[in-house]
Design a protein around this ligand. Sequence first.
Ligand code: PMP
Length: 621
Amino acid sequence: MFRAVFGESIVARGIKAGLLEIDCHQIRDYTENKQGKVDDYPYGGGPGLVMSYQPVKSAYEAVLRDHLAEDGRKPYTIYMSPQGTPFDQKTARRLADMDRLVIICGHYEGIDERVIDDIVDEEISMGDFVLTGGEIPAMAVADCIARLVPGVLASSEAYENESHSDILLEYAQYTRPEVIGDRKVPEVLLKGNHGDIEKWRLDNSIERTRVKRFDLYEKYQKRSREESTFYFDNSATTRQRDEITRVMNDVCDRLYGNPSSLHRMGFQAEKELTAARNKLLELIGGTGFGKLYFTSGATEANNWVFRSILPANPRLGRHVLVSAVEHPSVNESALSMRDAGYEIEAIPVDSDGRVNLDKLTELIRPDDTALVSVMHVNNETGAIQPIEEIVKLVRKLRPGALIHCDCVQSFGKLPVDVKKMGVDLISVSAHKIHGPRGIGFLYAGKDVKLRPLLYGGGQEGGERSGTENLPAICGMAAAAGLVCENIEANYLKAVKMRNIFKEALTGSIRACSVNTPEEGSSPYVLNVSFPGLRAEVILHTLENYGIYVSVGSACSSHKKNRSSVLTAMGVGKSSIDGAIRISFSPDNTEEQCVYASKILVTEIKKLYAIHSRARKNSAGQ
Ligand code: PMP
């Protein structure tokens, strides 16, 4: 069989030219029994025969004797089987890079499982159908790999532009004659304009792929989108990872029972809910120290702290301290409690945006401060607050006060450990870590007296009613696992990416000032000002290149007032109006940063040139 196929055409030419070598071995030649039997009845009964261990193993060892690499490495060994991974061009390219391959062809009902365990590196399938043996698939694989070996095909171009070598199917091909019946070769192919021909071919490829292979078309669309999008607004929200979407779809499919239901499906859903809760609790170092309640996000968690938990602890006092740079979901919900008789004071920050510890010492009331809320990482500037020092101070001056920390911008990026931090309450949101939107959690230490914000069916131990969003909860737990596993590597990557922007901008634009503190800041955020320019104009200019950044904080950028964070840091009005926030994720690449920062520099220079011309003109008028 093999001689007939490999003795002809392109593969035969490759062998003759010394570019390829294909050896065939007859397994039957290696049997140790007199009858030359290679197969036997399957244990446990059933139809067909199974190839025995001994002849396959002996044949393989004979091949090894001739083909061990110089360093003693065995050749990569493939077993053709309908149970393997479906073969495709990507696999072919990977295999074509190997020096030598052994392909084992099964026959009958298969081969003894123990041979596969002993010698096979990879099982490959031709698709979801069954043939009489592995020979034809082995020929197909060998043929496909052979034509990728340099020199086997006449010109390398022949395999670069073909169906499946990229995502798109190949364009329609025509040869002479020009006219067949009433069908004529497309005009553009006859005119000889290479640009037009290329364009026609690409369009034709895209359209054919859409019609014939919608699955590949979708992949192509996704890749095109990814290649032309430079998303640097990750502090506002992140792209949900495909694997998280898969986790969530699986939960929707399998675990749609209500965790509160008493039947088995409810029990299974509850089991997953508990697993997600325990995993998250462990990731924040809270196992055994407190409880974790799922909420619709950090906004709800923050509101819960001020609007319900604070009044649930009336004996703590009526005085509340929040840092001057909190997210509106902290700030506004704190201020809303004024009507209920609470006194809310802001803790001033220094020019780096960090809480001023002396001021905090002055502000704490040893007999009345009920709650202190300071975020971990600032969403606009990336400044890290000295949480442990703040906690020490509060515990010393007002031991009973509750301490809340909004960890939305730090969880999954910096180590968040509630024990080490010493805080009572933290808020987290999933959509900042490539998880789904509309889900987050509040952690509360064991001793914190709770009162629900939402009443109803008594879910979450009665503390937060509403049917649990299990797909999103499992998505959040999976997303948290992914980021927390890679905190260090992701951190170093973020430092590099931030520095690319920082150096490009401060090195080329004199007026540029950096609002993110040099030390003690999260590398995932870079806030820079271009005084005299308007941040919205910069944002929309970049958008034309597929580059997305933010004006101040995305949550407050629809509001017309100036950033309260930069104002609290003492940044001037003109610098605030020209401030943009570039925020990173592990999904960004250094190449993207180089590209986007170059465009940013060029466009800012152009905007400054227009700005100074406009000023000169108005001065001359
Ligand atoms: N706190 C901080 C620091 C944030 O950055 C955000 C989101 N921008 C929130 C809270 C609110 O989170 P969510 O969108 O999940 O309600």
